[in-house]
Design a protein around this ligand. Sequence first.
Ligand code: SF4
Ligand code: SF4
Length: 353
Amino acid sequence: MRGELKWIAWETTPRCNLSCVHCRSSSTMHLPEVMDTKQALSVLDKIGDFCSPVVVLSGGEPLLRKDIFKLAQYGTDKGFRMCMATNGTLINNEHCEKMIETGIKMVSLSLDGSTAEIHDNFRNHKGAFSGVLRGIEFLKKHGIPFLINSSFTKRNQQDIENTYKLAKELGATAWYMFMIVPTGRGEDVMSELIDTKDYDEILRWHYRLEQQENEILVRPTCAPHYYRIYIEEAMKEGNSAKRRNLTFSTGANKGCVAGQTICLIRSDGEVLPCSYFPVSGGNIFKQSMEEIWNSKLFLEMRDIEGYKGKCGVCEYRGVCGGCRARAYAVTGDYLDPEPFCDYEPGHLKEKNR
Ligand code: SF4
Ligand code: SF4
């Protein structure tokens, strides 16, 4: 599969003013900046030599970079659809004005609970909840569209429905539910991961939610077997299930899209198949984007026939494929089966009978 790169998350800084328990990049305020403005602009040049994607200015916390809006403007001028992913706590009027001026199309924020107690506990920072709500008020005042990403583990899984309701009340364009993928500091939360049975039930709850939700866009992020569950549930209902297109989605209506339509560029230039995948296909400061996109790692990510075990023979592998990062975190082999799916592919069921 050739794969078209449509969506890039770019870690513009490793620095962050929060230190969340599940952070994929283990960011803190104490890390040094690794890219100066000239180097950062060269990253956008390298991207532009290969494709014209959605580029999400991410971090760490991107608003800690003094030149962040210069980068936004440069990307917009190149024809990229520039977005920003922020923890929301630093947003002020000036930032909003700059976002509009430099063509930021969408801001994504994290909200991991419906109360200060739950969100602050998850974000490891007292005041994070009020900070993100304040950030949202600024965005609304300036008419800047935003979406809300919510991450869940055992510690906040009871609050999933309330968090969705709050995201809707706040006026988000979309609410994306995400079950933590262990990587970076996230490895410590391995024992906190929602277990397979609950995971399945939550995805079936989400299916029902998606069917009756008409205002806010909803979709679980990085829960590839949702696509299997979606088909199973839709078939039970005689295939009448509705589906809506997502704004600023990752470019493919399927489960795992790591290295297929998306990638992450880390602040040190290493290019990973997705934000939670700690293996690099190459370094953008040393190679072209095209070379990296066609590296062995990225080609393997796109070759679903090469997936091992049940994911390799599953009738849903084309729409699902399992989470390659979770497989890597659990066994050390990213081609191994998705560890949080308990589905047994049809013909294996026959064989084991
Ligand atoms: S490997 Fe795929 S499903 Fe897993 S975190 Fe990355 S993009 Fe998401
Ligand atoms: S076995 Fe793998 S490909 Fe099949 S539904 Fe489960 S995670 Fe997806």
